[in-house]
Design a protein. Structure first.
Length: 208
């Protein structure tokens, strides 16, 4: 495990963090690090990363369908019009994280997302401007990966979001978002997904 990789019964090498959980492995294999431009998915992920603050992503992952149901599949045009009675209902929903500050932040962020869409044309255009301009060397070990919890780009993104009134979007949250949305490839170099993500990023059409 010092390499940060594991394999089960001769299966593929995977990053250490999903070991022992079939649903986490599926997320690692089929979603994490793959580039996304869809505005609704980008909004979903930045909100769920905010809900994750202080918790593990596995908890959020297992509640994701409940979150989607509770928040209109993260259609920010609808969430932006949530009112006090929506908050009260959400606070009674055991399927999600019942944190009032985070729930209210999601509604606020939906309103800010509409403003961002007006300003930039799409959320994708805004978020993808923070893709690092220089390609970083591939991560070779768990120690390498754990060293990176923020970056210049995540700090810049966090600052830009906060300036526009977004909440629960600190530099660590922004970095997790950058990782998961494929703006960088943080699969370990010898992980089974690393080259596939490289190929997807090479062919990906950045929002403009």
């Amino acid at each position: 495990m010092s390499t940060g990789l594991y394999a089960v019964d001769g299966g593929p090498n995977r990053c250490w963090w999903c070991q022992g959980h079939v649903d986490y492995e599926a997320y690692h294999d089929n979603e994490w690090g793959q580039p996304i431009a869809d505005d609704q998915l980008l909004f979903e992920k930045i909100c769920l990363e905010g809900f994750q603050s202080g918790l593990s992503w596995l908890i959020i992952l297992r509640k994701r369908e409940a979150f989607r149901k509770a928040f209109c599949d993260f259609n920010y045009s609808e969430i932006a019009h949530f009112e006090a009675h929506h908050v009260r209902k959400l606070m009674q929903n055991a399927g999600i994280i019942r944190n009032r500050s985070k729930i209210e932040a999601t509604i606020n962020n939906a309103q800010r997302a509409l403003e961002m869409e007006e300003e930039f044309g799409s959320l994708g255009v805004f978020f993808w401007q923070f893709e690092p301009k220089l390609k970083r060397a591939a991560l070779k070990s768990k120690a390498d990966a754990c060293f990176h919890t923020t970056s210049d780009e995540s700090r810049q993104m966090s600052k830009a979001l906060k300036k526009r009134g977004w909440k629960f979007v600190g530099p660590t949250t922004a970095y997790a978002f950058i990782q998961s949305m494929g703006m960088i490839n943080d699969h370990l170099q010898n992980c089974c997904c690393h080259q596939r993500v490289e190929d997807l990023r090479s062919s990906f059409k950045r929002p403009m």
